[in-house]
Write a protein that binds this ligand. Structure first.
Ligand code: SAM
Ligand code: SF4
Length: 471
């Protein structure tokens, strides 16, 4: 994005990923007496403590930030171990069965700790809370409070804050939290209007609701004024955002005027417009990384999944992106073993991977979810076959990614520090092209350093000592 001592530094068309979040004070519409507040401090006279565990996607990470804020406002200190917590909140994901199994494991441990008197209350929030299965879990594990995705505000009363019937104005769904953090998620829309055969999101998150541009921009300005240096626009189909005649590219352009660094996720190929892809290429403040889930390379499977596009249309989008952002990075989601997936369909997926040259992918084995169309479809793929396809897809993605990453060795890049130095001795950063980088620096999160790329793996680049001080 700039150059140092005459060396060309890979600017924004050169690495990325993201995190954290900032605020909008909840709107109190009614007050109710609190239950737990009356207890003041926890037994033994010590400060009250709470532990939050997050499962799943960035939307859940973002929701957990909101929960964290409520808990802090209620005077709880956050702890990392269940045994040290008075209250435990599990903010959960329902997308795949193994996510539910993991949560059940935690619930089992928590009900044991409750019996031993080491944890007093357990709340289950998020997508499992919104699913019909939640009432069974509530009984089985003696959960004290179960909340879905639309009524997280009820947690306020649970932790002893004044009750809130509505924690957000209707045009403010998913307002960002933790103002002042260097990196912030801003939810621009909630829910989803698609009906992908395999997916529970529409049933647990509801239909799409978009925040207004005015409201969003106001929030972004407040966040930036409060110290946020990186804004990630968030939504299940973020590029489906609309307001009157305005579309996602209009919103992105305005946010890119206000924030020093911007990214967005997750996009849907049917909504992704060429002008959005071109905008990424021309605006210095937008990270050059596109996450565009394809799910399958087979037109037949894309139809069964109700994705609404064919593989060639996806390929054309990628061509536009590669032309507009030549140094950019591309990631996707792929499901293997969806009911009815044949060997030919799988081959089509491998062909698409080859054609698109992804830099990264989240690869999932199909997981049947109660209430979805795919859970009832015939043609289940045996696990052994799905596992083999999973590994083949993974290897193809990693092979591509490694080749592409190696081509970056020797370049000098500007790196945004996302996490300060870890126990492993390096900070974790992101280039303007959206690539993850390990860099040996003591620079704090939110600062930039410039360094040469000296090594590459399939998932990460390795930088040498930074040139000059952090900025
Ligand atoms: N809204 C995004 C989209 O349309 O691509 C993704 C949302 S979903 C929470 C994240 C990813 O989980 C999906 O892209 C899909 O690959 C995967 N996924 C969702 N349901 C799944 C299921 N039943 N089995 C396996 N993977 C699944
Ligand atoms: Fe789920 Fe499809 Fe909506 Fe994505 S677009 S959230 S996969 S239904």
């Amino acid at each position: 994005m700039s150059s140092t001592s005459g060396t060309e530094v890979a600017g924004k068309k050169g690495s990325g990923t993201t995190s954290a979040a900032a605020p909008v004070t909840p709107v109190l519409l009614s007050r109710k007496p609190s239950r737990i507040r009356e207890e003041g401090v926890a037994s033994g006279g010590t400060a009250k403590t709470a532990c939050i565990r997050t499962f799943g996607c960035q939307m859940n990470v973002h929701d957990s930030d909101r929960i964290r804020r409520m808990i802090r406002d209620a005077g709880y200190a956050e702890v990392q171990r269940y045994e040290e917590a008075d209250i435990v909140v599990l903010n959960t994901c329902y997308v795949r069965e193994n996510a539910v199994d993991r949560v059940k494991g935690h619930l089992g441990e928590l009900s044991r700790l409750k019996k031993e008197g080491r944890v007093s209350k357990v709340a289950l929030t998020g997508c499992i809370g919104a699913a019909s299965e939640a009432s069974e879990l509530e009984k089985q594990y003696g959960i004290d409070l179960v909340l879905g995705t639309h009524n997280t505000y009820e947690l306020a009363e649970f932790v002893g804050l004044p009750g809130m019937e509505e924690a957000r104005t209707p045009e403010l769904p998913g307002a960002a939290e933790l103002e002042g953090e260097h990196s912030t998620f801003v939810t621009i829309m909630t829910g989803c209007n698609y009906v992908c055969s395999y997916c529970v999101v529409p049933s647990v998150r509801g239909r799409m609701v978009c925040r207004t541009m005015e409201n969003l921009l106001g929030e972004v300005r407040r966040l930036v004024a409060g110290g946020t240096r990186y804004v990630t626009l968030l939504g299940q189909t973020v590029d489906a955002w609309r307001e009157d005649g305005k579309r996602f590219s209009d919103l992105l352009e305005r946010v890119a005027d206000e924030a020093p660094r911007v990214w967005f996720t997750t996009s849907h190929p049917s909504n992704m417009e060429d002008r959005t892809l071109r905008l990424i290429g021309v605006r210095d403040t937008i990270v050059g990384r596109l996450h565009l889930p394809v799910q399958s390379g087979s037109d037949r499977m894309l139809k069964v999944m109700h994705r609404g596009y064919k593989s060639d249309r996806y390929r054309r989008k990628i061509e536009v992106f590669r032309e507009a952002v030549p140094e950019g990075s591309l990631s996707t989601d792929i499901i293997v073993g969806h009911p009815g997936e044949t060997e030919e369909d799988h081959e089509e997926t491998l062909r698409l991977i080859e054609d698109c040259g992804f830099d990264a992918a989240y690869v999932f084995k199909f997981s049947p979810r109660r209430g979805t169309e795919a859970a009832k479809l015939p043609g289940a793929v045996p696990d052994k076959v799905a596992q083999r396809r999973f590994l083949e897809v993974l290897r193809a993605i990693e092979g591509n990614a490694l080749t592409r990453n190696r081509a970056r060795v020797g370049s000098v890049v500007e790196i945004y520090v996302r996490h300060g130095r870890t126990g492993d001795g390096h900070a974790i950063g992101e280039t303007w092209s959206g690539h993850a980088v390990h860099v040996p620096t003591d620079a704090e999160a939110g600062r930039y350093v410039t360094a040469a790329i000296e090594g590459a793996g399939p998932h990460v680049l390795y930088a040498g000592d930074p040139v000059g001080p952090p900025r």
